[in-house]
Write a protein that binds this ligand. Structure first.
Ligand code: PHE
Length: 342
């Protein structure tokens, strides 16, 4: 029995020292200490021995068992340590963290949302229009004569199917009045397209917010009042507004809207070309012809409309010198205005 035990111990030492992973350890433990192992059978054989030999026999088996346990534990520890080391460099809490980039809204989106919430607070609803329009909604229904220069290829992008890219959000005035009777009180923000060469203040694609109010008794003073409220909410108290006579085919009378320069407070600077005023867009009272075209009784109702350029407002708000920056979308540039981190 002693020789057999010695052989088992030698075999166990060899197998345990060849263990490569926790699974090998598990198998070795089962083989040498498990129910069917040689050591376990020795325990049951103890009963066959005379009583006086049993303590010594028991002690021998226990020693053998402890020896195998110790070897297994040592091998298991070594395997774990090796695995840890082979995982490469260890956690170093002094290293800088991994930088994650933080996004932000595009300046035009920020301004558009701000405009929307200002007009919503004044009781306007938001109406949607399409970028691709027909000539009727972009020109004819807006009282624009067939020979009007804005219809030229040099100004308007026409598509092969006879449609066009809208040159103004005033198309949404027509679509709204076609489907709704007064009272109407909507704004419509959206992209517009004109065949313009890009320069610091022009872009072939730009964004307008159209406003349209039609009801009984609407007058020019409602228009100027709304303009002043908007300017105060957008640029703060102390901003003044004015309108100047202008011409649009679909409004009569027509006007251009200015606000006092928010950079120099009206004293005159580069931004306002030393005039003290900044142009915000076109406006006017809806021409009765347009009301007739869309089927609204021009004897009962009057209305005003205006169109604001969103880029202009974004350039002012963020002090951006060139409109093209808003469309080139170089995020290194945009991040400077919006607080995004690269
Ligand atoms: N649609 C005009 C433009 O793009 C602006 C405008 C809107 C004028 C509403 C009058 C009324 O220039």
């Amino acid at each position: 029995m002693q020789t057999e035990l010695k052989e088992v111990l030698t075999e166990a030492a060899a197998i345990i020292s060849a263990c490569q992973n926790p699974n090998d350890i598990m198998n070795a433990r089962a083989q040498f200490l498990g129910k069917k192992s040689f050591l376990s059978t020795l325990y049951s054989r103890m009963r066959e021995l005379p009583a006086e030999e049993r303590p010594a026999f028991g002690a021998t088996i226990n020693e053998a068992r402890a020896e195998i346990e110790n070897k297994l534990a040592a091998a298991e520890k070594a395997i774990k340590e090796n695995a840890w080391k082979s995982q490469g460099p260890q956690l170093d809490l002094s290293l800088p963290g991994i930088h994650s980039e933080r996004g932000a809204l595009h300046p035009l989106t920020v301004v558009r949302r701000e405009l929307e919430s200002i007009f919503l607070s004044m009781g306007f609803e938001i109406a949607e229009g399409n970028d691709i329009e027909d000539e009727y909604h972009n020109f004819d229904a807006l009282n624009t004569p067939p020979d009007h220069p804005s219809r030229n290829l040099a100004d308007t992008f026409y598509l092969d199917n006879g449609m066009l890219l809208r040159t103004q959000t005033s198309t949404v005035q027509i679509r709204t009045m076609e489907s709704h009777q007064p009272p109407i009180r909507i704004i419509s923000p959206g992209r517009c397209y004109r065949n313009d060469k890009p320069d610091p203040s022009h872009s072939p694609v730009f964004t307008q917010v159209e406003a349209l109010v039609v009801d009984r008794g609407i007058s020019m003073s409602d228009l100027t009042d709304t303009l002043q409220n908007f300017a105060t909410l957008m640029f703060g108290k102390g901003v003044r507004t004015r309108i100047r006579p202008h011409f649009f085919p679909f409004t009569e009378p027509s006007a251009e809207m200015d606000i006092s320069c928010v950079v120099c407070k009206g004293k005159g600077c580069r931004m306002c070309k030393h005039s003290g005023w900044l142009e915000m867009g076109g406006a006017g009272m809806i021409d009765p012809n347009v009301l007739d075209i869309v089927g609204i009784d021009s004897e009962l109702y009057t209305g005003y409309a205006f169109g604001l350029g969103i880029e202009r407002i974004a350039l002012l708000k963020y002090n951006i010198p060139d409109m093209r920056i808003l469309f080139e979308n170089d995020i290194r540039m945009l991040a400077q205005f919006t607080g995004a981190s690269l």
